[in-house]
Each structure stands twice: as structure tokens, then as C-alpha cells.
Ligand binder design. Sequence first.
Ligand SMILES: CC(=O)[C@@H](O)[C@H](O)COP(=O)(O)O
Ligand SMILES: NCC(=O)COP(=O)(O)O
Length: 238
Amino acid sequence: MTKLSVNINKFATLRNSRGGDNPNVLKAALDAERFGADGVTVHPRPDERHIRYSDVREIKKAIKTEFNIEGNPQEQKFVDLVLEVRPHQVTLVPDALVQITSNHGWDTIANKDYLVNIISVFKNAGIRTSIFVDPDVAMIEGAKASGTDRIELYTEGYAKHFFEDKEAAIRPYVEAAKVANELGLGMNAGHDLDLQNLRYFVQHIPGLLEVSIGHALVCDAIYLGYENAVQMYKRQLQ
Ligand SMILES: CC(=O)[C@@H](O)[C@H](O)COP(=O)(O)O
Ligand SMILES: NCC(=O)COP(=O)(O)O
């Protein structure tokens, strides 16, 4: 069954908005796993707008399920943090500092040499690697050449068009998944997945190992309760 990794970035957004420690980010991570999540994801951005490097170190000491750290390895301090903390998985995301959120995958062809090198650094440290990619067959093939363990399909395009034409919205992802499975690439997915679009996605993407979900889940938790929200997302994966 596809695993759920809860991205707790937005708990940190709320905490930072008042300069205190409420909500406590470590508690959000531990509660996610207590409520049934299979893992926790954080995305410490260079400006620490939400998750701080100190949060990452604190969570690593206490987490019992899978820890996934996302970020851009072109920031040396991100590489240093990941090698220090050694999470189960690192997900490489090609975000520029100025981006409000992640909005594209790697050009795995243009960045092949760079990705081969940085992926080997993390793999040699015993950390599973995943790279954020668009549902583009050429990029999936390029990901295989990079030596990464997994890809993470960037699902904003699917979410954006889900209600207007879900068959069309899922089509590129089905194609990408077919190639990833043929190449023996592990497959994760994430970005803008929610309670409305998640089940259809999981039903149509064979071999999907993990979804990482944050923004919508935290928004749902405000209205439905955090424990209830985590369990509602888990039920979408059954
Ligand atoms: C890689 C990805 O799609 C998400 O983890 C995204 O990075 C969320 O980042 P924000 O929480 O800063 O929007
Ligand atoms: N990798 C995707 C992720 O961790 C969460 O993305 P979102 O659900 O906050 O859009």
C-alpha cells in the first residue's frame, strides 16, 4: 500500500508567524506518526521561512517512522545538514530561493553530471535518494541515468486539472509511471495532493511507494482535527 509521509512545513509557518513555539513542530511530527502516518517530511528552505535547521535536528532525534528531508542540494548548507542528520530519504528539489513553493522538477538531462555526483554523495552516506521530476518521460529516463533510487512525481499539474478533466489530468502521470516501473525506479509523488484528488491518483499509478502531503492536510486539520485528517488521508490510500 502507498505510504503517507506528512509534510509539517505549515505547522512551522504558523509557529514562526508569532515568533514563539506554538504550535510545537516536534509535537506535530510525533503526532503525525502517532495518528498513523508512515513518515514525516520537512523542507528546510535556505531562508528558513518555515522549517528551521534546528527543527530538522530535533525531529531526527525523536522520530520513529521514516524521515524525509526535501531541499535543493545546490545549497551546501543543505547538503551538510542532510549528511549530519542522515534521514531515511533525501528528496532533491530544484527550487530557487525566491520561489513561494516548489513549482518544477529537475531537468535531469541538462543536470545529469551534477545529479550523478550529488546523488552518489548521499547514497554513499546510506541515504535513500529521490529527485523531484515533472511527469515527462524524457526526464524520467534522465532520472534513471542519474543513479537515483527513486523519483518524486510533481503532482501540481494533476491537481490543477483534476476537476476539469481527471482522465486527461492523470494521463501524463500514468505514462511516466509506466516508464519508471519499466526502468526499475522507485516512485513517490507529491505537491497539492488532497482529499479530493488523492484516491484517483493512487488508483491509477501502479507501483506508487509514497505520497508526501502537507499543505492541504494541514488546512484540513484546522477544520477536521489533525488526528482525523491524518486518518482520512490514510483511508484514501487503502
Ligand atoms: C517538494 C514539494 O512539492 C513540497 O514539499 C513543497 O516543497 C512544499 O513546500 P512549501 O511547504 O514551502 O510550499
Ligand atoms: N513533496 C511534496 C510535499 O512534501 C508536500 O507538498 P504539499 O502537499 O504541501 O503541496
